[in-house]
Write a protein that binds this ligand. Structure first.
Ligand SMILES: CCCCCCCC/C=C\CCCCCCCC(=O)SCCNC(=O)CCNC(=O)[C@H](O)C(C)(C)COP(=O)(O)OP(=O)(O)OC[C@H]1O[C@@H](n2cnc3c(N)ncnc32)[C@H](O)[C@@H]1OP(=O)(O)O
Length: 194
């Protein structure tokens, strides 16, 4: 049984998403947006280390391998970890729009159990944009990119200003991220200059 709440149905005035001219080319790896990110950070030992790759239009693919640290039941991925993988994949789509946005709503269907050691093959796309609201969906397959769907999600991301992170984040992490000598990492941890 699955369904979609009204909040995830784009309103009548919604428009098709527009790929930013500087979006990474199809096939290009996006790389981590923040090295401590639980979803994608390479310096985050407990994280998913999800790797996303730009697709055509406003779409992308991503992969992550379920580790023993990601278990809920013996030998099986925790549902919250799978939701994180979907959230991260969907959030990464905003890099193709060059819009800074946070998850407002995420609805997840769990279709098949996902064992430890499995590679989850994710694909995601933005379906519509209405003002600050970005509508998107994703699927995660197991056994290969064309394998059966194990999880799927629909989401609503809300565009925010850079100040969202400065106002709400903890000062010590903000200071550390802002003092990163690499300007592109600084930009992607906090802001996007369209
Ligand atoms: C994370 C770092 C990103 C760095 C960026 C660098 C670029 C990186 C590039 C790429 C990789 C990114 C990968 C990230 C992946 C992970 C993403 C996450 O997990 S984000 C963390 C979890 N989410 C939160 O912490 C939000 C907490 N919530 C809030 O801060 C506010 O509630 C917020 C900003 C979402 C909305 O607050 P308001 O005051 O700005 O706006 P209002 O007026 O309430 O909402 C605007 C519209 O949206 C609807 N809306 C808001 N929340 C909704 C909801 N939950 N369900 C349905 N509609 C909702 C409202 O009804 C309203 O609609 P009407 O304009 O009136 O039509």
């Amino acid at each position: 049984m699955s369904g979609t709440s009204a909040a995830l149905t784009p309103p009548a005035g919604a428009v098709a998403p527009v790929r930013h001219p500087d979006a990474p080319a199809p096939g290009e790896l996006l790389g981590a947006h923040y090295e401590q990110c639980f979803g994608c950070g390479e310096a985050q030992p407990h994280g998913l280390r999800l790797q996303a790759r730009a697709g055509e239009g406003i779409s992308l693919t991503a992969e992550f391998t379920v580790q023993p640290a990601h278990q809920g039941a013996p030998g099986l991925a925790h549902g919250g970890v799978l939701a994180t993988a979907l959230d991260e994949t969907l959030g990464s789509l905003n890099w193709l729009l060059r819009t800074v946005a946070v998850t407002g709503r995420l609805e997840t269907d769990y279709v098949l159990p996902v064992p430890v050691g499995t590679v989850l093959h994710l694909e995601a796309e933005v379906t519509a944009v209405a003002g600050r609201k970005i509508y998107s969906r994703a699927t995660g397959r197991i056994g290969g990119p064309d394998g059966p769907v194990a999880v799927r999600a629909q989401a609503l991301f809300i565009e925010v200003k850079t100040e969202h992170f400065i106002d709400h984040g903890r000062p010590q992490e903000i200071r550390a991220a802002m003092s990163d000598p690499d300007p592109s990492r600084r930009e992607r941890a906090f802001e996007v200059n369209p």
